[in-house]
Design a protein around this ligand. Structure first.
Ligand code: SF4
Length: 112
């Protein structure tokens, strides 16, 4: 039997129960994936994005989904109720030099 590795998944424990993952409760699990990765004219993209965000609006795992997508640096699609432009704005707002949540006092202000 080949040794489990990067290209040969370790299936020796495949029969063990899998830990719960937030994705198991996703409201979009049976939704049309094209809504979440829209293509077409600007009007079609806006309509699909709005429909995807409407599904996200009541999703019980909206927050972990958004956090996970931001941590992974997800570039495309609707995740946690935000499209790529929303996430880019969120990240801009979180920048320390913009007074975001991760802002640390500079040495000048800490010494004062
Ligand atoms: S927040 Fe939206 S994209 Fe994320 S799991 Fe829920 S429905 Fe799917």
């Amino acid at each position: 039997m080949p040794r489990p590795g990067r290209y040969w998944p370790d299936t020796r424990h495949a029969d063990l129960p899998r830990p719960a993952h937030w994705g198991d409760a996703a409201a979009c699990w049976d939704a049309d994936a094209d809504l979440f990765y829209p293509e077409g004219s600007p009007a079609e993209v806006r309509a699909a994005t709005a429909a995807a965000k409407e599904i996200c609006r009541t999703c019980p795992v909206k927050h972990p989904c958004l956090i996970d997508s931001v941590q992974r640096g997800e570039r495309w699609g609707v995740w946690g109720g935000m499209d790529e432009n929303d996430r880019a704005r969120l990240l801009q707002q979180m920048r320390p030099d913009r007074g975001g949540a991760d802002a640390r006092p500079s040495s000048a202000t800490a010494a004062a």
